[in-house]
Design a binder for this molecule. Structure first.
Ligand code: IMP
Ligand code: MG
Length: 196
């Protein structure tokens, strides 16, 4: 079957880069179905406005949206981190704002991964000032080992160890986003962990 083959495939795109499957496509899909039910249970009668962070959050957003019943709309925002090392600088800059106002709306921020928490801390502060009715966070992956900012997600797909994740939206130098599963990327023989 095509799906089983895809999740077993070993991907090697750059010299010495290796991707090992961490979370299969089937597990991701099952978990997203459950998260969609949980979100709808928390807000049974509210139109939900999903706000995704480009580009990594888009795969999660589309699957989540497909599994949500009731009224759903969405919008996109883009940010970038200053400097090479977001771990130490922690500076986040807005590069694309939302198309529409979130005032009075039930907003779910949809992100690929919660790592240091600097990105979500920045976005939550920004959105809070715009007076949404509710503001919640859904992340596909949570990597608590590297947390700096005191941010937590309301809905978490999977908690993962301190590895560099790629696939299902997550990239390494803009590559691997299209993998239908989440993998762990290692570089070279010494299993060096790539920088963000
Ligand atoms: P944070 O601000 O450190 O929480 O990181 C948020 C952003 O860093 C995510 O939206 C990703 O774009 C990127 N990022 C963090 N960890 C990883 C990873 O393991 N793989 C790929 N991108 C990551
Ligand atoms: Mg991202």
């Amino acid at each position: 079957m095509a799906r089983a083959k895809a999740t077993k495939r070993k991907v090697r795109q750059g010299p010495k880069e290796r991707v090992r499957v961490l979370i299969t496509r089937a597990r991701i899909q099952r978990r997203i179905q459950a998260l969609a039910k949980e979100i709808r249970r928390d807000f049974p009668h509210e139109p939900l406005h999903l706000v995704s962070v480009l580009k990594g959050g888009v795969f999660f957003l589309t699957d989540l949206a497909r599994n949500l019943t009731g009224k759903v709309s969405f919008d996109f925002i883009a940010v970038s981190s200053y400097g090479q090392d977001t771990h130490s600088s922690g500076q986040v800059r807005l590069t694309r704002d939302l198309d529409s106002s979130i005032e009075g709306r039930t907003v779910i921020v949809v992100e690929d991964i919660l790592d240091t928490g600097m990105t979500l801390q920045y976005l939550l502060r920004l959105f809070q000032h715009r007076n949404p009715k509710h503001l919640r966070v859904a992340v596909l992956l949570d990597k608590p080992a590297r947390r700096i900012a005191a941010v937590r997600a309301d809905y978490v797909g999977f908690t993962i160890p301190n590895e560099f994740a790629v696939g299902y939206g997550l990239d390494y130098s803009e590559r691997y986003r299209n993998l239908p599963y989440v993998g762990a990327l290692t570089l070279g023989a010494k299993k060096k962990r790539p920088e963000k």
